[in-house]
Design a protein around this ligand. Structure first.
Ligand code: ZN
Length: 373
């Protein structure tokens, strides 16, 4: 279905992620995008022709969704490296979750610029990977859940502004994609589909919640495994996409549903993400794949590098070459698991599969998702 004007898959990254941190005690202290880029380069998967540097989004583009007063507060906080009590209360910045840090405006604005660039470059058809994007909790006038801006919403709005009639958003992050769902509630042009851990923050995204018809939610129980992910893909997600016939698909591949993630209790291997990307790829003429959550640098970087392998049709080797192993061995991860990482975290890209039984609630969820009411 890819149109003839489609270009080869593009990887959109930036060096801004390389030395940027939310602070030593924050889950986003770890390097993720830069490690994924380094792995792809070490594997020979990123020729100059496939790589684009993400521009910083311009103010008017950000105002398409965000409140000018909030954007001004973000710039002010970056400049002064502090927030007033009023800005903290009003915009939820300078908090434990959404701290003041060195690039707190430029980094999210670069992620937004990357997603907007991906949408622009795929206007005539094509595939782009923007692992720095995926900030799905961001609100028009406040930060939420480590997200200051909402690059997913900005990208979808840009597709709609191009005149596309149907955009599908698929969110595989362990947390509900609440900011995107709310932005397009009751907008028939956008269908948001989110698979996330039941009972976890932000506690929205119940199966019954359809946002006036423009959302489907699949809250899954702890221990969600590869077999269950395959079942939901085949029995719920792909049929939904088939019915909706999207002109474009945006996939948020937050990697916190992987078993080794410290912030969620799901149990996927990276095979589940790669299979989902491979299955969704042929279902629309335009596909933009984003990152999102994911707080174990070993598992996030390997997952996202593998997603690029799927998108750009590279063969994933059984064992990583020395240069790639070195990148992983040099990671610093200040959690118990990081002190003595399992061998496969540094020697392979592909996890062992994590199959299991498909529980009754998963079967019910698939049936409910396709039910019209
Ligand atoms: Zn998440």
């Amino acid at each position: 279905m890819i149109q003839s004007s489609a270009t080869a898959p593009l990887f959109i990254g930036s060096d801004i992620y390389r030395a940027s941190t939310y602070g030593a005690g924050h889950p986003l202290a770890v390097p993720r995008v830069s490690t994924a880029i380094d792995l792809c380069r070490a594997l020979g998967w990123l020729p100059a022709s496939a790589y684009r540097n993400s521009p910083i989004a311009e103010e008017p583009a950000l105002r398409r969704f965000h409140d000018p007063a909030y954007l001004a507060a973000l710039r002010r906080a970056e400049e002064t490296q502090s927030v007033t009590e009023m800005d903290r209360t009003r915009f939820r910045i300078g908090t434990d979750n959404n701290p003041v840090y060195r690039e707190m405006f430029r980094r999210p604005a670069t992620s937004a610029g990357g997603v907007l660039e991906a949408v622009r470059l795929t206007s005539g058809g094509g595939i782009a990977h923007v692992p720095g994007g995926g900030t799905h909790h961001g609100r028009p006038d406040r930060a939420s859940g480590f997200c200051y801006l909402n690059d997913c919403v900005l990208g979808i709005l840009s597709w709609l502004d191009q005149g596309l009639a149907r955009v599908l958003y698929l969110d595989l992050d362990a947390h509900h994609g609440d900011g995107v769902q709310d932005a397009f509630a009751e907008d028939a042009r956008v269908l948001t589909v989110s698979i996330h851990e039941a009972g976890r923050w932000p506690h929205t995204g119940l199966a019954e919640d359809r946002a006036g018809g423009s959302a489907r939610n699949l809250p899954v129980p702890p221990g969600y495994n590869d077999s269950e992910a395959r079942f939901l893909l085949q029995e719920a997600v792909l049929p939904l996409i088939h019915r909706f016939r999207p002109d474009a698909i945006m996939m948020q591949c937050g990697a916190d549903a992987l078993e080794e993630d410290p912030l969620a209790r799901l149990a996927l291997s990276n095979n589940a993400y790669w299979s989902a990307v491979a299955a969704v790829m042929p279902m629309a003429p335009r596909l933009v794949v984003l990152g999102g959550g994911g707080y174990n640098p070993y598992t996030v970087a390997r997952c996202w590098a593998g997603i690029w392998a799927v998108l750009s049709e590279q063969e994933i080797p059984q064992k990583l070459p020395e240069e790639a192993e070195t990148i992983l061995r040099r990671l610093v991860y200040n959690r118990a698991a990081g002190r003595n990482p399992p061998v496969h975290w540094t020697t392979t890209l592909r996890d062992p599969p994590r199959e299991g039984s498909v529980r009754t609630e998963i079967r019910q969820l698939a049936a409910l998702t396709l039910q019209e009411f």
